[in-house]
Design a protein around this ligand. Sequence first.
Ligand SMILES: C[S@@+](CC[C@H](N)C(=O)[O-])C[C@H]1O[C@@H](n2cnc3c(N)ncnc32)[C@H](O)[C@@H]1O
Length: 381
Amino acid sequence: MSYLVQEIAAEVIRSTGREQPADAALREVLKQTRNLAPFDATEVSKTVFNYYRWHGWLREERGGVEAKMRLALRLAERFRANPASVPLAELRAKAIPAWTAEHMEVSDEWLRSLQREPKLWLRAKRGQVPALLDKLPGAHVSPAIPEALVYEGESDLFKTPEFQGGEFEIQDISSQVVGLLCDPQPGETWWDACAGEGGKLLHLSDLMGNKGLIWASDRAAWRLQKLKRRTARAKAFNYRAALWEGGAKLPTKTRFDGVLVDAPCSGVGTWQRNPHARWTTTAEDVKELAAVQQRLLTSVAGSVKPGGKLFYSVCTLTRAETSGVAEEFARVHPEFEPLGLSLPQARNGPSFPPSAATITLGPADSGGNGMFIAAWRRKKI
Ligand SMILES: C[S@@+](CC[C@H](N)C(=O)[O-])C[C@H]1O[C@@H](n2cnc3c(N)ncnc32)[C@H](O)[C@@H]1O
């Protein structure tokens, strides 16, 4: 680690907190640090995330942030060379906060995955895979999904002409699975109820060949602004954006062929990619967010056409938010029946039963974020 990288990373770490997550602090500091070579910017980001990945070990270290960063790098190197050098009991005690074990199943495999650097996933626009493999050295096709590429190159992807031209998006493979499971058809009408900055909306639009209509709503106007910039870049035009707070006052009276609730959640499934969140998320967040998710599903249920589909996805793995919400929804909504989920474009995985009512993706299934998906069809009578 160069002195420059160490000092910038330390500045980022000092400015993080519950109100200022590490990724936001990183963006802020890198924006102010002009003329930093792309390689150094990547190193800063890796150093910051590595610090939080090994945070549970650093608390006992006396010394300042710099000494802790160096210890975190030594721990990561030791783990990379030999994962068994860090006993599972130690991972259980130090890699995650104590409340986690009460709220979800903590598998050995998941724990180990948390301490590795995540893969960087791209989603190629349909038909663009061969050209992208040609133009982006370091991109490889995933064995599971034809349009999902792993990127191992060193370019600043945001600056590539292919990204600027909307030929690909940066999107985790588990999020890509959500879009594929929705399987929207050209000409249909969909509602992406928590569209945020549009990651899944862009995928739905591509799958629909830009035909039909997607309502994209969110409570955050700034996120919808970003969505509009992204759709313009990707040339996705078949959508209408609307603010929606999540309550009974809906943005439209339309009845939809499909509704996706990609709900706000505790984000435990992103802890490999976003290790700072391990230390700011609480058991109270889980409880509150499960209630928000339940309310969102109830609010949109009446907007699904008879025969239409309703999807609930969350990038978390806690029982209260995932199966807890899905089971409660099924209990109070007998007008919906479980939709058999199957992944049309998968080649060799992710592996799950061909018509499961719910799917939980973990690192072993997809090599991406942890994700839970449930889906129902509104009965025709
Ligand atoms: C998981 S994120 C959505 C990510 C997005 N679908 C994507 O793929 O990029 C959840 C979104 O729900 C929004 N949200 C939170 N509470 C909400 C509510 N009560 N009503 C509507 N949207 C809400 C957040 O602003 C956030 O954008």
